[in-house]
Unconditional design. Sequence first.
Length: 288
Amino acid sequence: MGNILEINNVSKTYGKTAALEAINVSFEEGKIYGLLGRNGAGKTTLLNLITNKFEATTGEILLGKESVWENPNAQSKICYMTEKNMFPKEFTVLQLLKSSFDFYENFDLEYALNLAEQFKLNIGKKFKTLSKGFESITKIIIALSTDCPLVLMDEPVLGLDAAVRDKFYRIFLDNFARKPRTFIISTHLIEEVSGIIEEAVIIDSGRLLLKKPVEEMLQMGYCVAGKSNNVDKYAEGRKVVHSEMVGNFKTITIYEPVSQRDNQTAASLDLEIVPVQLQKLFVHLTGD
């Protein structure tokens, strides 16, 4: 598959403050991406540039071969589920769904109403009276009911409890299987989305830190745990990105592939090697 979105040498500055610096990254058609970064890293700025909210200071953003800037045709192919509430507060949920049907080409209103029933969302209530969780559910339903080839979701599960988040992930994967398109999900709940995203794009302090398939990332990191002195022996000459101690018990995170020899060395030192979680790896790579 080809690229649906290309971000070429994009920077964004506000006065003397650089929010993004020389970002070069592309996103393929029909793939689920996780856009990861700490608060203030530049994730939302990037999403706002893609969706024509701001103009890039330098560089260009292309959807297909078209610039997204001041281009209604390109923007009509993007659905942006933003953390902020952009809907008319006096509208009921049903009115919002019907207006989305009028706005988005091929919006599936029947599917949206079905999702509202699954999430137990009262479509007769005004949007302004909804809880934070049901606000998120309304925006999720609209995003999943569009036929846009590019869907951006900024903190989609904000305000949802664990059971509803689990339901969202199951519905999301079913939706993607039925209608593959490109999703870019920005979230702080990294471990939860690790099971649905195919590739991670990590931004750190306005710069692209890495873009890599999640499976490859997890193969590049592992944890070693055991008695402190034995862990220290094992760590010699290896790329340790994090360590922590509880009494005489130490755990380190190493960012390099584990080999059969590593397993043998760990066994000889009575150490345990375990896979690293994506969220822990992200935290260590972006600085504890």
